[in-house]
Design a protein around this ligand. Structure first.
Ligand code: CS2
Length: 487
């Protein structure tokens, strides 16, 4: 028997479920990128709003690239189980805030229709860094990307988030429907501003008057989301199904910690997400920087080193002194130039992070975090690094973290059949595989302008730190054993 509206009353009493009347929920949010991250925070906090009796905020969830989530959730009336897990304790909760699920190319026209609907008040996004089509180093729109070219040539049938948002806003402007708020929940610095810049750059290519209207009328609040949410495994599914006594095709397993800090700037209203634990603040950039640099920067470092030493999960990687020692040094460098939000001590945040990374109940794969490095390094590591260079401070730990990314690329380039999951994989593998000499490898990789810009390649201090870090890592017995060449 499947999890769905009709079978909700079959759930065991230990599993929390929607007690509100789901058929009365009014869709008002279109969410693009209805993956695990969204289903572990925004959908959960929106469920709390609905549970409070405010049924005006249903979510239409859309997967743009695949039909995966739709195939799993549509037959379940959008319901899914959230498992919040710590060592020795867990909570199961069926979430009911997603009232419609769309997915894949065949549904894009319907997604656009929902975005045009006068009842849609918010369009929110978790599409990962690469979904914005911005050059990682310069932040400029990738006008030459085939998907952007296709959307510019066929604006009425968009396939990217930028094409969809601009076309929907064009329709709303033409029909005097107020514009929705665009809420980015991705791991990007100043994510609202970044989303706005991407949307405006795209709109300017199609219609400058529309671009001016968007600039003046559409709000793009920034937000910071923090919840570690590994990809769901078959073992998770089997476990949840046994607990529920019902089949759930796509449960979400996450940690107990959750933090969502949002700038309160919504033109067509917003749910009271504080009911689910969210916080509204005007200091989002400080929150986002602390999270990106302390959590995500450490995560990426740990993921590359985990991949180089055969540590499959984050909790496993946290057992290796090579990794924990580097993370401790990295956090000191990050905190040295960090502007933390008022009243927050980054030292406490880091202590908490260590516990979160060690959570043995989460099987967070280092391979998952190691994906898309080109899109992640700038905001996770390079911004701290540039601030330290400007202040004439050394950054041996950050440079070693970048060396870990380089060695991960070198290992992939020299391993027959290995795949690098990254939109810039061709460039990275070509540079990483072009030489067996450490200095040349560093020069070649730092020469990828889209990631490193033009300043770092010529910075002697930084290059010496990377070379030192790379040599030390390559000399570590476990890393050396994993590298298919001697450096
Ligand atoms: C991770 C993040 O996959 C990754 O790159 O660093 O998804 C991380 O788990 C979240 O940002 C935690 O809030």
């Amino acid at each position: 028997m499947q999890l769905c509206n009709q079978n909700l009353n079959q759930l065991p009493a230990t599993v929390q479920r929607p007690l509100y009347e789901r058929s009365q929920v009014v869709p008002a949010i279109v969410h693009l990128g209805v993956g695990a991250f969204h289903r572990a925070h925004q959908a959960v906090m929106t469920d709390a709003v609905l549970a409070s009796g405010d049924l005006a905020w249903g979510i239409v969830g859309a997967g743009l690239m695949t039909t995966g989530t739709k195939d799993a959730l549509a037959p379940q009336d959008g319901l899914y189980t959230l498992v919040e897990r710590a060592a020795g304790s867990e909570k199961l909760h069926v979430i009911g805030s997603i009232v419609e699920v769309l997915g894949g190319a065949a549904d894009l026209a319907q997604v656009l229709e929902r975005m045009c609907a006068p009842g849609t008040r918010i369009v929110s996004l978790t599409v990962t860094e690469k979904g914005y089509y911005l050059d990682p180093a310069s932040g400029k729109l990738q006008l030459q990307a085939p998907a952007i070219q296709a959307d510019l040539a066929n604006p009425a049938t968009p396939r990217t988030i930028l094409g969809l948002i601009v076309q929907a806003l064009r329709h709303r402007k033409a029909n005097a429907i107020p514009p929705f708020t665009v809420l980015s929940c991705d791991n990007l610095p100043s994510n609202g501003k970044t989303a706005k810049a991407a949307v405006l750059a795209f709109a300017r290519e199609v219609d400058s008057e529309l671009a001016n209207w968007i600039e003046a009328r559409v709000s793009f609040p920034c937000s910071m989301v923090d919840r570690i949410t590994p990809a769901t495994t078959d073992a998770d599914r089997a476990y949840v199904n046994a607990q529920l006594g019902l089949q759930d095709a796509w449960p979400i397993v996450t940690e107990q910690f959750v933090q969502w800090v949002i700038e309160d700037n919504f033109t067509m209203g917003r749910p009271d997400w504080t009911l689910g634990g969210a916080v509204f603040s005007n200091e989002i950039e400080a929150w986002e920087d602390m999270k990106l640099r302390c959590l995500n920067g450490a995560h990426s470092t740990l993921a590359y080193l985990g991949q180089l030493t055969g540590r499959e999960t984050v909790a496993d990687a946290m057992q290796l002194p090579l990794i924990t020692g580097l993370l401790d040094a990295l956090w000191v460098e990050v905190r040295g130039v960090l502007k933390a939000p008022a009243g927050v001590d980054p030292a406490d945040y880091v202590e908490q992070l260590k516990l979160r990374f060690c959570n043995p109940a989460l099987k967070h794969r280092t391979a998952q975090i190691a994906m898309d490095g080109s899109q992640k390094l700038p905001q996770r590591m390079l911004s701290t690094l540039r601030e330290r260079l400007a202040a004439d401070l050394p950054s041996p730990a950050l440079a070693t973290a970048i060396a870990a990314w380089m060695l991960f690329a070198v290992k992939t380039a020299h391993t027959p059949g290995a795949v690098l999951n990254d939109p810039l994989s061709n460039d990275i593998l070509a540079q990483a595989g072009a030489s067996n000499d450490s200095t040349a490898i560093i020069d070649n990789l730092l020469g990828i302008h889209k990631i490193f810009g033009s300043d770092l390649k010529t910075n002697a201090r930084f290059k010496a730190e990377v070379l030192n870090g790379l040599r030390q890592l390559a000399a570590h017995p476990e890393v050396a054993a994993a590298l298919p060449l001697t450096l």
